[in-house]
Design a protein around this ligand. Structure first.
Ligand SMILES: CC(C)(COP(=O)(O)OP(=O)(O)OC[C@H]1O[C@@H](n2cnc3c(N)ncnc32)[C@H](O)[C@@H]1OP(=O)(O)O)[C@@H](O)C(=O)NCCC(=O)NCCS
Length: 329
């Protein structure tokens, strides 16, 4: 039996806001149509966080469920990593706010900014800490409140995104299960393809930056689309190769949910049947770093994702960044 020390996801939890915004609701706000959104993106509705709640509220809800499922107490956590681009504040980190909420008194805590690749990047960091022996149990969260950073007058972006959180308790194991390989990358030459220009040290918030709407997401959708289609295939193949597998071996490819056409194109290039590449973009839109844990939770709850399954988690996003993690579930 394989007794290699690895890290594995021992519990998953999710949180999505109750409020649903359909494409028909958006038709009343911007010049768009349900037909355009469904045919170009696959999205039918998205969740939007209620006023008065924030990132840490969603994070806490997802984290508590993940801890319950893993059978761990917050005091047993040694690190909390929050992958997000919509923290509660520019600083301190939302991970620290969460650490206090949970009473995770032994945990170091920090946020990680890798756009929609946030969950995969954070999972890989936790994996390194665990396999090096520096820590036993980590909490990894992918969470976004994108509704607070999109311009609800810009039809090219506001129809795409949704809010949500997914949490994973990651723990050391010698069971033969766990993370087998990872493949992360970045290309900052594409930084301006997807960004919020204002509010940082380049363009600190001022009356002018607000008038120019620099505090909202700016995106070159066509270029991101081309980048995504290319990188998903390369990334998935690299990830599998590192552990000696091929796409045919995969039980599940949990792919970032940015556009149904990106998902379908990657799936066909990799020759993986549809039932192995789950989709929930129709119901949640692009929830950025929350998308992959949300997908995993659905497959677990449906009884389809079982111990021993070979799963790849693959994402791409702002930075530009991309990354994949391969694991035996
Ligand atoms: C954004 C995206 C859906 C646009 O789809 P597309 O097929 O490339 O559409 P285009 O941008 O070429 O726009 C086509 C037309 O639709 C219009 N359009 C854009 N948004 C629209 C909307 N919500 N409703 C109706 N029309 C819209 C455009 O203005 C354009 O009109 P024009 O031809 O008169 O100029 C697609 O490029 C995409 O998904 N890109 C990736 C984005 C992404 O994943 N970002 C996050 C990465 S993590």
């Amino acid at each position: 039996m394989d007794r290699t020390t690895r890290s594995m996801i021992a519990g998953i939890g999710v949180a999505v806001p109750r409020k649903i915004i359909t494409n028909y609701d958006l038709e009343k706000i911007v010049d768009t149509s349900d037909h355009w959104i469904v045919t170009r993106t696959g999205i039918k509705q998205r969740r939007v966080l209620e006023k008065g709640r924030s990132n840490v509220d969603l994070s806490e809800q997802a984290a508590r469920e993940a801890l319950d499922r893993a059978g761990l107490k917050p005091e047993q956590l040694e690190m909390i990593l929050v992958g997000t681009i919509t923290p509660d504040y520019p600083f301190p980190a939302t991970a620290c706010l969460l650490q206090a909420r949970l009473g995770a008194s032994k945990a170091l805590a920090f946020d990680l900014s890798a756009g929609c690749t946030g969950f995969v990047y954070a999972l890989t960091v936790a994996d390194q800490f665990i396999r090096s022996g520096a820590c036993q149990n980590a909490l990894v969260i992918g969470v976004e409140v994108l509704s607070r950073i999109v311009d609800w007058e810009d039809r090219s972006t506001c129809v795409l995104f949704g809010d949500g959180a997914g949490a994973a308790v990651v723990t050391r194991t010698n069971s033969g299960r766990g993370i087998l390989s990872f493949d992360l990358g970045s290309d900052g030459r594409g930084a301006e393809l997807l960004m919020i220009p204002g509010g940082g040290s380049s363009f600190p918030t001022s009356r002018e930056t607000v008038d120019q709407k620099l505090h909202y997401v700016k995106m070159n959708g066509n270029e991101i689309f081309k980048f995504a289609v290319r990188v998903v295939e390369e990334n998935t193949l690299n990830l599998l190769k590192k552990a000696g597998f091929t796409p045919a071996d995969l039980d599940f490819l949990f792919l970032h949910q940015a556009n149904l056409r990106i998902i379908e194109s990657a799936r066909k290039r990799l020759k993986i049947p549809p039932e192995r590449v789950p989709v929930n973009i129709d119901r949640y839109g692009n929830t950025s770093s929350a998308a992959i844990p949300l997908l995993i939770k659905e497959e677990m709850d449906a009884g389809r994702l079982l111990p021993g399954s070979l799963v790849a988690m693959v994402a791409f996003g702002a930075g530009l960044t991309w990354g994949g993690v391969l694991a035996t579930w």
